[in-house]
Write a protein of this length. Structure first.
Length: 129
């Protein structure tokens, strides 16, 4: 008796199985927050996906665009992900995430106020200005 992959799958489960989210609970939370769109409409976690549908997922600064190809039976290895989804994300989206580490490094803690003259000098020295 051979088991075949289902033709439809819940979107939260699919997002987790193709490794877009670390946990299924995180995928569910993203759906509830409106970060997941199918046909440019926000979806609930229980929304069933069908072959060929386009899924947009906002993760931080970038919006990933994926085409649903198939539903895996369980979470798949990273190498097997292309069998279940086609990544249609334009390269410009990935470029948005590159400058972030410097911004996070330079960010000040909330409530510390403006940088002092000494802080600004140290920052200029660090950046080579």
């Amino acid at each position: 008796m051979a088991f075949s992959a289902p033709e439809t799958v819940r979107i939260d489960k699919w997002l987790w199985t193709v490794r877009l989210f670390k946990t299924r609970a995180a995928a569910t939370a993203a759906c509830r927050a409106g970060s997941v769109l199918v046909a440019d409409l926000p979806v609930k976690p229980a929304r069933e996906l069908r072959a060929g549908e386009i899924v947009n997922v906002r993760q931080g600064l970038i919006t990933r665009t994926l085409r649903f190809l198939a539903a895996p039976r369980s979470r798949v290895a990273a190498k097997a992900v292309p069998e279940f989804c086609a990544d249609l994300t334009p390269p410009e989206e990935f470029a948005k995430a590159r400058p972030v580490p410097v911004q996070q490094f330079l960010a000040r803690e909330k409530g510390t106020g403006r940088p002092t003259k000494r802080d600004r000098r140290q920052l200029d020295q660090l950046l080579g200005r």
